[in-house]
Design a protein around this ligand. Sequence first.
Ligand SMILES: CC(C)(COP(=O)(O)OP(=O)(O)OC[C@H]1O[C@@H](n2cnc3c(N)ncnc32)[C@H](O)[C@@H]1OP(=O)(O)O)[C@@H](O)C(=O)NCCC(=O)NCCS
Length: 144
Amino acid sequence: MIRPATAGDAAAIAGLEAALFGVDAWSAEQVSEELTGFGAGFILHAGEELAGYVVTRTIGDVSDLQRIAVDAAYQRGGRASALLREAMRAAAASGAERMLLEVAEDNEAALRFYAQRGFVEIDRRARYYRSGAAAIVMAADLFP
Ligand SMILES: CC(C)(COP(=O)(O)OP(=O)(O)OC[C@H]1O[C@@H](n2cnc3c(N)ncnc32)[C@H](O)[C@@H]1OP(=O)(O)O)[C@@H](O)C(=O)NCCC(=O)NCCS
């Protein structure tokens, strides 16, 4: 089931953050800030337990995709695709015309995932991640 995240979801989200993002993981406090930030869109894929989530920040005509993540046990089942579809629909409904994101140059799963969903590379940011990896900046048009 896809639903908006609430403050009560912060601990479960932080647990998935730690499992999937290591040193770059958000703490529960950071998750709470992301939940309530200006322009924030925080959507979960959850049943009995949390399977994944997507976080966007939509300001004006641009929506930034901050995070998309699915528990390793649930990957390759279409959950991230469903989350991204919903995030793009919501961002377009808020008036955004483009979605932008940064992805590590060595994150092959995410690069393939985004490319298959219409994102194209528009720029690169050297040494963007703590690992030293560059970020690839990607963009996709949104349609109302
Ligand atoms: C990227 C991610 C969100 C995809 O989630 P998912 O639920 O598995 O995605 P879906 O099932 O909707 O889509 C699967 C597609 O993603 C790509 N993909 C996912 N895992 C992949 C892998 N290990 N290797 C290559 N491609 C992969 C493929 O294009 C795949 O399509 P296919 O199954 O037809 O080949 C997930 O791998 C993840 O959470 N990774 C860790 C967090 C992360 O890096 N997030 C992105 C940066 S914020």
